[in-house]
Ligand binder design. Structure first.
Ligand code: NAD
Length: 251
């Protein structure tokens, strides 16, 4: 038993990077995984890879910034598998801004919607099923930026990810005693295609220079932390933030 066996999971951003590694990791642990991504082909690739490895998965294209699409996606999972045990909120990402003076009101609102509102919408959509079941595991992907501040992204990313941590704590207490836990994982810089392609060689050197382990983390290392918090065994861990940053920031 892995604490994931027979569970039903929703992983958002499952088409690439941390979300994809998470979907694969949960499936390896024995969960049926709804692979949610705005890019249908990316969701389908992850689904196929899980199925080819003998796991159970659905590909669900969905823009999790849109409440009605989130509601339809959750309904589809309930129709297929009858319950939702695990939600991993992976959608998000930053945008560069040297100063708050460079951030327009529209960019600020887009950033909050992309990182924080998406998390709120998905949590709210799965909660009725989790409350009915008396069981649930929610894991929100935050960032080292939300714990301190971002190195390259703007203040709007830092604020949005700090918001994810606040939402995590508040919701954890709201549902305490109902069999549902809510936690966050806060990765440091992780080697995803998006991150690698966004760094100039000098920036990569700067990040590596700041990393006491002399390297970036891997999506699989983040996924392993998510899988622990998503497991049945982590029942008494709630409202917590698990740092996955190779000692870059310790608090
Ligand atoms: N990569 C890092 O270094 C790092 C560090 C700290 C935190 N994070 C956080 O981890 C999460 C994943 O980051 P990543 O680097 O793996 O991302 P990524 O860009 O590699 O993957 C994101 C996936 O989300 C999908 N997506 C985008 N918008 C969507 C939407 N509206 N609805 C559904 N799917 C959507 C994309 O199609 C893509 O497949 C983000 O929340 C990010 O802020 C990443």
């Amino acid at each position: 038993m892995t604490g994931l066996e027979g569970r039903v999971a929703i992983a958002t951003a499952a088409g690439s990077g941390i979300g994809r590694a998470t979907a694969l990791c949960l499936a390896r642990g024995g969960a049926a995984v709804a692979c949610v991504d705005i890019k249908p082909e990316a969701a389908e690739t992850t689904r196929r890879d899980i199925a080819e490895a003998g796991g159970k998965a659905l590909a669900l294209p969905c823009d999790v910034q849109e409440g009605p699409q989130v509601a339809a996606m959750v309904e589809r999972v309930l129709q297929a598998w009858g319950r939702i045990d695990i939600l991993v909120n992976g959608v998000g990402g930053g945008q560069r801004a040297a100063s708050i003076l460079d951030i327009s009101e529209e960019a600020w609102e887009r950033m909050l919607r992309f990182n924080l509102t998406t998390t709120f919408l998905c949590c709210k959509a799965v909660l009725p099923a989790m409350l009915r079941q008396g069981y649930g595991r929610i894991v929100n992907i935050a960032s080292i930026a939300g714990r301190s501040m971002s190195t390259f992204q703007g203040a709007h990313y830092t604020a949005a990810k700090a918001g994810v941590l606040g939402l995590t704590r508040h919701l954890a207490r709201d549902v305490a005693g109902r069999g549902i836990t809510v936690n966050a994982v806060a990765p440091g810089p992780i080697e995803t295609e998006r991150v690698l392609s966004s760094f100039t060689p000098e920036e990569r050197e700067r990040v590596l220079g700041k990393s006491p382990m002399g390297r970036l983390g891997t999506p699989e290392e983040v996924a392993a932390a998510v899988a622990f918090l998503a497991s049945a065994e982590a029942a008494f861990v709630s409202g917590a933030t698990l740092d996955v940053n190779g000692t870059m920031l310790m608090m």
